[in-house]
Design a protein around this ligand. Sequence first.
Ligand code: GAR
Length: 217
Amino acid sequence: MKKIVVLISGRGSNFVAIEETALREAWSRTIGAQIVAVISNRPEAKGLLLAKEYGIDAVAVDHKAFDSREAFEEKLAQVIESYEPDLIVLAGFMRILTEGFVSRFTGKILNIHPAILPSFKGLDTHQRAIDAGVRVHGTTVHYVTADLDGGPIIAQAVVPVLPSDDAHTLADRVLGYEHQIYARAVKACVTGAVSYENGRAVMDNETARYLTLLGKA
Ligand code: GAR
């Protein structure tokens, strides 16, 4: 069985979308994969409660309990390694990870970012997209490297930015597509349809089309 560990910091809606897809498509039977743990750096994260409701291990590694980023990451890495994961899925995990941590899991960590990378790296992406006057915005799933929000791109979804949008309406529209694209990307990585090779995301044309979503208003 391929094991997936999900890292969160908050509400966990992307985790739920992936788990719901895994249950609906019976991943444990059809592709031999399952989410085995959800880990949060914030003990109060709603996503931890949701994980428990699904009967999935829910673990808090509170970054505030450690003196340094390195000490926090060492504990986080130990907890992750105890599950022997094939894939580590960052789903709204809001801590920057150092090169030392990332290099322990090269080619195994995915992240979802709420913008069309390489535009709008970092935080506050929806307001920044509106302020920039772009007509399209969206979301990107990528492999995590030491280059923040800069790793090889696996999947993207594009949605329109409407004149009436504020950061909330735009975030809602993007989130609906995050939920679709992340489950697809996780499945593609677990099955080997997408792989990490020499710093690139490798896939065939059919997979690339499947991992590209064009959203409606
Ligand atoms: C999502 O919109 C995700 O793209 C974003 O946080 C939200 C988490 O929502 N991630 C980042 O900004 C990463 N830098 P969720 O907890 O409901 O999945």
